[in-house]
Ligand binder design. Structure first.
Ligand SMILES: O=C[C@H](O)[C@H](O)COP(=O)(O)O
Ligand SMILES: C=C(OP(=O)(O)O)C(=O)O
Length: 447
């Protein structure tokens, strides 16, 4: 299906067009990864977020890798998302819509097209779906065959996530078990244990009152990634036999990045033609007019749950840059979901030249997001973060007070720094406090 005519930014320079065409045909022949009906269901859940009745938790890797598509790594991310969701649901008393940045996040937009080391210039790493991270000409040359490998890794990831979501692992009665490998040394893990005790008591109480324990057995989990590589997204775009509508069935939700959100570019054109829920990332230089124009193109029917605006302003800019957007877009009555990505506006370089993010900046941006929405009477709809279930040392600060000098200890990301599990849980507790305070300002933010 080829319905994109406008220029596309951030696309790889594939050296072999015939091979690319063959890969596209293979992808077209493969089964979809998700169902259109599931995308509609997610849209319904996001409509509840837009109405202020639920909260979105979206997160996962900055860049998934083929080598990292292992059971342990996938389970670790799923478990972290689950624990964060439980903290938010219980401590903030709000239904949480859970979306993984998983099962397709294999392509990355980059600031520069090439990288130079010791005088040698090679294409920049654009994610495992495009090229390899090793600094060799062979690895860095884009290979269309990687799109197929991305599909198979996404398929395996989603398969495991679906099993984890419904096969007993996510049963709320396992709330303690999710923490077992983690609790001892981590302040956030210990705090989580207390919360798990409370939940266990509440479940026992409800059971005693006659509630059906099967109610707690499964969770709804949705997948998402940036719809960046159009050579991957197009062949996975299908016509729904129920109604003839077009969906990109590579994931439930697709987002458009800050670098490719030009209303006259191919990514927005593509997203305007599919019926999935769509998110668009918006940085500190976006004007209300930019967002309104995107809303008009992407959600002309003002369908609740269709459009999420994910702001990533940076802690220092959010309080000045966000209010005008929220005010004007709300006045237009476009029913958008407002989400805060506190990662992408807070990337800094450490003294040793590594990309990092300070946990306090992440927290401060989320706090600013809540302050702005509180002042305007609008709903702070959710957070979008980059995390992993592993004990990496990529972001500084948090409960374990990771210092810049610790970064090299376990710095494993192939692109941007992620929160580790402890920092993610810590963030969930802080967000729950902010949410409670948002609803009842008499309650303390850190309670
Ligand atoms: O994840 C976001 C972008 O892909 C990333 O920040 C780009 O990084 P770069 O500026 O090193 O290219
Ligand atoms: C590239 C990303 O973000 P942004 O478009 O906001 O820079 C991302 O989320 O991976």
């Amino acid at each position: 299906m080829n319905f994109v005519s406008l220029p596309a930014l951030q696309q790889p320079q594939w050296p072999d067009r015939d091979r690319l065409d063959a890969v596209a045909r293979s992808l077209e022949a493969l089964p979809p990864l998700v169902l259109a009906a599931e995308c509609d269901q997610l849209k319904g859940r996001l409509a509840a977020v837009a109405r202020g009745e639920a909260f979105l938790l979206q997160g996962g890797d900055c860049a998934e890798t083929f080598a990292g598509s292992t059971a342990d790594s996938i389970r670790g991310k799923f478990q972290t998302l689950l624990q964060m969701a439980v903290v938010l649901t219980y401590a903030a008393s709000v239904p949480v819509v859970k979306i993984g940045r998983m099962a397709g996040q294999f392509g990355k937009p980059r600031s520069a097209a090439t990288e130079v080391r010791d005088g040698l210039e090679l294409p920049v790493y654009r994610g495992d779906a495009v090229n390899g991270i090793e600094f060799t000409r062979a690895d860095r040359t884009p290979d269309p065959g990687r799109l197929l490998e991305a599909y198979h890794c996404a398929s395996a990831t989603l398969n495991l996530c679906r099993s984890l979501a419904s096969g007993g692992f996510a049963d709320l009665r396992q709330v303690h078990a999710w923490n077992q490998d983690f609790v001892a040394g981590s302040p956030a893990g210990q705090r989580y244990e207390q919360l798990a005790d409370d939940i266990e008591r509440a479940i026992t109480f409800m059971h005693a009152c006659g509630a059906d324990p099967r109610e707690f057995r499964a969770v709804e989990f949705y997948s998402s990634h940036e719809a960046l590589l159009l050579d991957y997204e197009r062949p996975l775009t299908r016509v729904d036999s129920r109604n003839g509508h077009v969906y990109d069935l590579s994931a439930h939700l697709l987002w458009i990045g800050e670098r490719t959100r030009d209303p006259r570019g191919a990514h927005v054109e593509f997203a305007s033609r599919i019926r999935n829920p769509i998110a668009v990332k918006v940085g500190p230089n976006a004007t209300a007019q930019n967002v309104l124009e995107l809303a008009e193109i992407l959600d002309p029917d003002e369908e609740p749950g269709r459009l999420t605006v994910t702001t990533r302003m940076g802690a220092r800019r959010i309080r000045e840059a966000l209010p005008a957007l929220v005010e004007k877009v709300s006045a237009s009555r476009a029913p958008v979901v407002w989400v805060c990505d506190p990662m992408h506006g807070n990337t800094v370089e450490s003294a040793s030249g590594m990309k990092t993010r300070n946990f306090d900046d992440v927290l401060d941006e989320v706090a600013g997001f809540f302050e702005v929405h509180r002042a305007l009477g609008t709903h702070p709809g959710g957070i979008h973060i980059e995390f992993t279930g592993d004990d990496v040392t990529e972001c500084v600060g948090g409960g374990h007070r990771i210092a810049e000098s610790d970064l090299s200890y376990r710095y494993e990301t192939t692109c941007d720094p992620r929160l580790n599990r402890s920092q993610s849980l810590d963030l969930a507790f802080r967000v729950a406090g902010l949410y409670r305070h948002h609803l009842s300002p008499a309650l303390p933010i850190n309670g």
